[in-house]
Design a protein around this ligand. Structure first.
Ligand SMILES: [Zn+2]
Length: 155
């Protein structure tokens, strides 16, 4: 496992992290030798989400997200984004290799961002909801209901 993937998977919620590692390992093993699956984002803190949400609204730049802090599964360590690297180049083609990754992640309980409704597809994104919506997760966060010793909500 590459360091970037390992570091990002290590930021995930303790309930999600082991299955995410297993799923990534399974997905990488299913790829041809010239294709690498790199996890480029895991946990996104509330502060990081606030900064991203401000971009294009109250701060310079283009709008890059629809999710304010607390509205993304990333904020709870329950989502990650990946990049596909083919022959050393970023590869955004949602072709057979990409869809193989999707099927493996889905088989491991994840929802694919490519299936988001409302015309906003997020092809690099996977999340494991554990039957919680973001409002329920935010309520747990605001109540301080955390896994002991952590800032991950207790689910
Ligand atoms: Zn994402």
């Amino acid at each position: 496992m590459d360091t970037r993937t390992l570091n990002n998977l290590n930021t995930l919620h303790p309930k999600f992290q082991p299955s995410a590692i297993n799923a990534w390992t399974e997905a990488q093993a299913a790829m041809p030798a010239n294709v690498k699956i790199i996890v480029i984002q895991g946990l996104r803190t509330f502060a990081e989400s606030d900064a991203l949400y401000a971009q294009g609204r109250t701060a310079p730049g283009a709008i890059v997200t629809k999710a304010a802090a607390g509205q993304s599964y990333h904020n709870y360590g329950l989502a990650f984004d990946f990049a596909m690297v083919t022959n050393g180049q970023d590869d955004y083609v949602v072709g057979p290799n990409w869809m193989k990754v999707v099927s493996i992640m889905e088989a491991n309980g994840m929802f694919w961002g490519g299936n988001f409704s409302g015309g906003f597809q997020d092809n690099p994104h996977f999340e494991n909801r554990y039957d919680y919506n973001w409002r329920q997760l935010l309520a747990l966060h605001n109540a301080g209901t955390f896994v002991p010793g952590t800032t991950y909500v207790q689910i």
